[in-house]
Design a binder for this molecule. Structure first.
Ligand SMILES: [Zn+2]
Length: 870
């Protein structure tokens, strides 16, 4: 990419000062999409705008054939630098037409093209956020320059073609192609436009809502996926959640659904969970379950459906002016995904998994040296691309949950309604939202915003109990926290709950039950828990009970002793989820040995009723063993995790979620445990039968991948499995398996393929990375450490930012062993990383950010290994 592709905030601000965009008309010629020999498609944009300055530029990443400015031909060679089309000699009113050729994408950025190996059908879809609409059409690529877009798309006859608005007509062109014209969109940012084309399978639905004027709003619903996935599409459940969500947001957001129709398309090789294109939401097709799926997976899909639907208002109707305020839409959508799940659907456990899984993402990110305030400083597009992270989504949503506890749900929704009404089809920054919330809550939020949204770092919360015999003498709550970027202490206002729990009996079994709950306003470093003094000493003090605020909880010694014995007896799922989160944070912080965490998961995991939490526990247990356990213990802990997982798999109720979760855990750890190979073969052949366990493609491939990683499967066997599963996913899983062989030649070949831009699609990059980075292959991948550092700058320059980010993150040699007597910062890979950072001070900031984060995670793992040395 040329450097002018990295649009800066200052340039965007200047451009929006000078322009008002009237409208766009965009013609895309996808008629040749099925011909894989054709790498490009025709793209013609006509944009009309007013200008108060004589010059500006359009963004486009492709080849420019012609540029006409107010009827005057301009030589593309003179005005186009590969990223920008300079427009000068502008009048007050302007019309510019750009004819170009744009490339079909294989990286999921721009217009992605995918050929289904199951039936040879070609599928297209667009994905633009933050700045990839310019890979498809000439645009002013910044969120605040909204305008109506009118699309027309030429595609092969027989295809479905969708966009944000309904089609207004189609014309058979007599050459095997059809031109479909679409209604103009309401004013919208370019990154939110979308085109989807192919022989997608479609299920129709409808939703209606009452309007304030007595009328009815009717919205046509569509649920689509590839034809070869149609048998697995449970459209009824998706439509039910969709209608429940529309009911909920229609009632609570005040502004009726603004985008006409509502299509939800599950698309192949998708880089993210979903994207909120108004009226044409795209989702990863891993939400079309072709193998057994846990309730956590269904809940996760419902959450995503509602997250994207909330964006129809937060993000699409009202849009952050620039990427600094990305949180204005993402934090809200994340909050609303869980809130609406609980309020409007059968998935009432959404906050339980949020407390454990989603917040773990935030805590992890927020302790990195690269963390940032929720309201970020995003100087350019490359920085924007890196900021779809645990802060913007999960911490922001957690902070909003705290805000709701602070101002109340009613004031919060009233503020949202006011914000939509005032800023519909416009763009906003933080003060616009605060003004709406202050008006409806009557509370001054400037200080709250400064401390929660404009500082970084995770508060640590703990209780201090002074005993008086077997009673509480005093109980207080304490917080500490520093901003990792500045090192300065930050004390935040928390409205939180403290729960006291005691051991009792329920249904003839031990139970750890809440006996008291106190609400505490913690504004300084500590606050007393009023009313606690004089009560019997509890077995467990749970700070931040009900998960109202954001912070790492440190259990006191007595409470830790209680949960070691009785965590499984804690009946309340949210409380369990919070305790598990505290234990995981302690493990990551080198306060709880990995072996202890593993022991707790194996002991109390079977009592976990929430499959999202249980899935997280087993994943964490693997991470603990691979990264945080001392090297001398690692093999033994792998065996324990494998044997424990198999035992729990056998003991779990046939056909239950728990059975699936333990089976996945077994497959994961088996890839590092040669002794497990016969058992994996037994499961695959059926000689080791586990009643109720579905040997469907997902599980079979995970077992084959583990066998391949151990060198205990042959290429013929993997090919046979592929013959059983001739699907897109089968091909990807097969690739992950064949790149998993513990073989130096296989590693070298994978490395070369990964380094070759465009050699692999995005999904196949991931599959190859999975094979290459098998944790059991540390010795085989060690020779690539030096090559990694040598290649970093080239990786960044040659690959798209999406693919480059994956390569930089996942190829980092982050599995290293602590050595007695050597400080973590003297580990050779840490030293090599530091040297690279020093030698490459001029490297792009986004690349440096990834390398700094990888080094920090390595240091964390070395500290934990060191602290737990036996
Ligand atoms: Zn979102």
């Amino acid at each position: 990419m040329t450097t002018t592709a990295n649009l800066t905030r200052a340039e965007a601000a200047e451009r929006s000062d000078r322009l008002t965009v009237r409208d766009y008309r965009v013609e895309l010629d996808l008629g040749g999409a099925r011909d894989l020999g054709r790498d490009t498609f025709g793209s013609t944009t006509t944009v009309r705008f007013t200008a108060s300055a004589p010059a500006t530029f359009l963004d486009f990443l492709g080849e420019v054939r012609s540029v006409v400015v107010n009827g005057r031909e301009v030589d593309p060679a003179a005005c186009y630098d590969g990223a920008r089309i300079t427009l000068d000699g502008l009048a007050a009113e302007n019309e510019v037409t750009v004819v170009g050729e744009a490339a079909y994408s294989r990286s999921g950025e721009g217009l992605h093209r995918f050929v289904d190996p199951a039936d040879g059908e070609t599928y297209l879809y667009t994905q633009y956020e933050p700045a990839d609409s310019r890979r498809v059409m000439a645009v002013f690529e910044q969120p605040d320059l909204k305008a109506p877009f009118t699309f027309a798309v030429v595609a092969p006859a027989g295809w479905r073609v969708l966009s944000n608005q309904p089609a207004t007509g189609s014309e058979d062109r007599g050459d095997g192609t059809v031109r479909t014209a679409f209604a103009p969109t309401p004013p919208v940012s370019s990154y939110l436009t979308a085109v989807v084309a192919g022989r997608y399978h479609r299920v129709d639905g409808r939703w209606s809502g009452a309007l304030a004027d007595g009328g009815t709003l009717d919205v046509e619903l569509g649920v689509l996926c590839r034809a070869s996935l149609a048998e697995h599409l449970d459209a009824e459940e998706i439509l039910t959640v969709t209608r429940q969500g529309l009911d909920f947001f229609h009632e609570h957001f005040g502004t009726p659904y603004p985008w006409g129709k509502y299509d939800q398309v599950f698309v192949p090789e998708y880089n993210l969970g979903a994207m909120e294109n108004p009226g044409c939401v795209t989702f990863t097709e891993s939400y079309v379950f072709r193998s057994a799926a846990t309730r956590a997976q269904h809940q996760g899909r419902a959450n995503t459906i509602l997250h994207e639907m909330a964006h129809m208002w937060f993000g699409d109707l009202v849009t952050p002016r620039w990427w600094d305020d990305l949180w204005l839409k993402e934090s809200f959508a994340d909050y609303m995904g869980a809130h609406a799940s609980v309020a409007a659907t059968e998935f009432t456990g959404a906050w339980v998994s949020f407390a454990n899984r989603r917040k773990a993402w935030a805590y992890t990110q927020d302790q990195l040296p690269t963390t940032h305030p929720v309201v970020a400083d995003i100087p350019d597009l490359e920085a924007a691309k890196q900021n779809f992270d645990g802060i913007t989504y999960a911490k922001g949503a957690a902070v909003l949950k705290q805000l709701v506890a602070y101002v109340g749900t009613d004031a919060f929704f009233a503020g949202a309604r006011r914000y939509f009404a005032e800023h519909a089809y416009g763009s906003t920054t933080l003060p616009d939202l605060l003004a709406a919330l202050e008006a409806t809550s009557g509370r001054e939020l400037g200080e709250w915003s400064r401390l929660w949204l404009q500082t970084a770092g995770t508060p640590t919360l703990r209780a201090e109990l002074v005993a008086a015999g077997d009673r509480i003498g005093s109980l207080s709550v304490h917080q500490s926290g520093t901003d990792p970027r500045t090192g300065q202490t930050v004390v935040r206002p928390h409205r939180l709950a403290v729960g006291l729990y005691d051991l009792t009996e329920a249904d003839g079994a031990a139970a750890l039950t809440r006996t008291h709950r106190f609400e505490v306003e913690l504004t300084g470093e500590s606050a007393p828990v009023p009313g606690a003094a004089g009560l019997p000493r509890p077995a467990l003090v749970l700070v931040n009970d009900d998960d109202l605020t954001y912070g790492k909880l440190r259990l006191d010694a007595d409470s830790l002793a209680t949960v070691r014995e009785h965590l499984g007896d804690l009946r309340e799922p949210l409380a369990r989820s919070l305790v598990w989160a505290a234990l995981w944070n302690a493990t990551r912080d080198a306060l709880l040995p990995a072996a202890d965490y593993l022991g707790l998961v194996l002991r109390h995991g079977p009592a976990e009723t929430d499959s999202a939490v249980l899935g997280g526990l087993t994943l964490n247990a693997s991470t603990a063993v691979e990264l945080y356990a001392p090297p001398a213990l690692r093999d033994e802990l792998r065996l324990r995790l494998g044997q424990g997982s198999f035992g729990h798999l056998r003991d779990a109720e046939p056909g239950s979620d728990a059975q699936l979760v333990w089976a996945r855990s077994l497959a994961r750890v088996a890839a590092t445990t040669p002794a497990a190979a016969p058992r994996l073969r037994g499961l695959l052949s059926g000689s080791e039968a586990v009643p109720g366990l579905p040997l469907d493609p997902e599980l079979r491939w995970s077992l084959w991948q583990a066998l391949a990683a151990l060198g205990a499967a042959s290429l013929d066997e993997l090919d046979e499995e592929l013959a059983r599963d001739r699907t897109a996913d089968g091909a990807t899983q097969h690739l992950a398996a064949v790149t998993s062989f513990p073989d130096a030649d296989v590693k070298a070949a994978s490395w070369d393929t990964l380094m070759t831009p465009g050699a692999l699609s995005n999904d196949h990059v991931d599959a190859t990375l999975t094979g290459f980075t098998q944790p059991w292959h540390r010795e085989l991948t060690a020779p690539f450490t030096e090559r990694y550092f040598d290649a970093l700058r080239q990786i960044w320059e040659r690959h798209s930012i999406e693919i480059a980010s994956r390569l930089v993150r996942r190829l980092y040699p982050g599995h290293q062993d602590a050595v007695a007597g050597r400080a973590p910062q003297d580990d050779p890979v840490v030293l090599r990383t530091t040297a690279w950072l020093e030698e490459n001070a001029d490297a792009p900031a986004a690349l440096r950010r990834l390398v700094i984060e990888a080094r920090d995670q390595l240091l964390r793992s070395l500290r934990a290994q060191e602290a737990a040395r036996p």
